[in-house]
Design a protein around this ligand. Structure first.
Ligand code: CMC
Length: 434
């Protein structure tokens, strides 16, 4: 305990007892929550804890991966601004940076790309599993199931304390995510599965597995290939969000990374998180035309509707990813033609940025507001949108998993609760219950 009067400490006075406590301040504005436990009314008391539903003000880890300043609209991976990475790096280069902490040298990148390329194939039994899904199965549900299945193909992945083994599984997962995603699309369309082609880039290979017809080589437009790479970079990590927390929490019990990543994907699936890009598209389609917007906005203000793709727990100025995506959208539309939903999106954004309801609540477009329109223009069905989020986010989840496993301060995640149920009562036989 810090002594009273030390600058880097917090003095707490418990007015129930009149006792005073000194709690050290660590890392800027942080106190160790367990230091509150000493604050007791009497010796039998459990001790003080903090109540924080949805973890609005609780750091559950130290992390060196991604830095966000939500007030200033700053996002950096390992110190590098997202704007520079989106302009100058490739997705696999960024994945390496996120996973290893440093930008790769040329030879490190070549060998990472080669490793990832080598692991893009999945066991043939997984292809059988794809065929077992209904024709209209949601792509995200299918990929979640297949990622979980991979744990049965790689039982060695349970050796989570072996660094070499962990890296092997990380490479496998980064490599196989596009293959699994593409298989769901082909299944949905009733098309034969296309195997990975090792001479193509990560994104070109993905587009080929999706859209190749017959034996003819699928050559994506370089603009679309790069646009997808940029979208992947923007989605690669976002520190301790819902799905990353799920990955860390599941991984903290030492379960294998495939099972943990399937759980992270399940968390991402929801419409308030990675399912938002799909929800935006459905919302824009439902609004249908610019003339219907005022009615929709009235519904939002009455809280009967939610403006999907707006708002963020952390960004309260603007989401820097949204500005980059908007630029990328213009480039994509030059190739694909303008998406008719864009007019509705632009008008929604204009209204939302000028009306008090949205200004007062700091509601700005987030990463998902325009990404869905781009994906749709590139030929992806809406069910694929959350999967397109999950493919690049695999790098982020795995980096956090690695960081958590090697962090000596981490143990199995186990939050507390404030019990609000009934006090002890005696069992009532069924004949006496009312
Ligand atoms: N449309 C209308 N009102 C909203 C919205 C929205 N999209 N988001 C928040 N609000 C209102 C909310 O009703 C509340 O109003 P009041 O103070 O009158 O009760 C206020 O703003 C604060 O909202 P909150 O729900 O407490 O904010 P949160 O930090 O818990 O939620 C959020 C963040 C992203 C879940 C939420 O803004 C939302 O639901 N947005 C739409 C879904 C979405 O686009 N999600 C993608 C997030 S970015 C991708 C990712 O990282 O997953």
């Amino acid at each position: 305990m810090a002594t009273a009067g030390t600058k880097n400490s917090l003095s707490i006075r418990d007015n129930r007892t009149g006792r005073e406590y000194e709690v050290p301040i660590l890392d800027g504005d942080v106190i160790n929550a367990i230091d509150l436990r000493q604050i007791k009314v009497n010796e039998d008391d459990f001790g003080m804890m903090s109540y924080d539903p949805a973890f609005s003000n609780t750091a559950s880890t130290r992390s060196a991966i991604t830095y966000i300043d939500g007030d200033k609209g700053i996002l950096r991976y390992r110190g590098y601004p997202i704007e520079q990475l989106a302009e100058r790096a490739s997705h696999l280069e960024v994945a390496y940076l996120i996973l290893k902490g440093e930008l790769p040298t040329k030879s490190q990148l070549d060998s990472f790309v080669e490793d990832v390329t080598f692991h893009t194939y999945v066991h043939e039994n997984i292809t059988e599993q794809v065929k077992g899904f209904r024709y209209d199965a949601h792509a995200m549900g299918m990929v979640i199931s297949m990622v979980a299945s991979l744990s049965t193909f790689y039982p060695d992945a349970k050796e989570v304390d072996d660094a070499k083994n962990r890296w092997q599984q990380i490479v496998r997962l980064v490599a196989k995510m596009p293959t699994l995603a593409a298989y769901t699309y082909r299944h949905h369309r009733g098309l034969p599965l296309v195997y990975p082609e090792n001479e193509l880039s990560y994104t070109a290979n993905f587009l080929s597995m999706l859209f190749k017809i017959g034996t003819k080589e699928h050559k994506p437009s370089p603009v679309l290939e790069r646009a997808l790479d940029i979208l992947f970079i923007l989605h690669a990590d976002h520190e301790q969000n819902c799905s990353t927390t799920a990955m860390r929490v599941i991984g903290s019990s030492r379960s294998d990374p495939y099972s943990a990543l399937a759980g992270a994907m399940a968390a991402l699936y929801g419409p308030l998180h990675g399912g938002a890009n799909e929800a935006v598209l459905r919302m824009l389609t439902r609004i249908g035309s610019v003339s219907n917007i005022p009615k929709f906005i009235e519904g939002v203000k009455r809280k009967e509707e939610r403006l999907m793709g707006f708002g963020h727990r952390i960004y309260k100025a603007y989401d820097p990813r949204a500005s980059i995506i908007k630029r990328t959208a213009d480039e994509v539309f030059e190739v694909t033609g303008r998406n008719p939903l864009l007019d509705i999106a632009l008008e929604l954004e204009r209204i939302a940025l000028s009306e008090d309801y949205f200004i007062e609540r700091n509601l700005y477009p987030n990463v998902d507001f325009y990404s869905g329109i781009i994906y749709q223009s590139m030929g992806f069905p809406v069910e694929m949108f959350p999967v397109l989020f999950a493919i690049p986010r695999a790098a982020g989840w795995l980096a956090h998993w690695e960081e958590m496993i090697t962090d000596k301060e981490q143990r199995i995640a186990r939050p507390l609760q404030v019990f609000t149920g009934p006090a002890v009562r005696d069992f009532v036989p069924i004949s006496d219950r009312r």
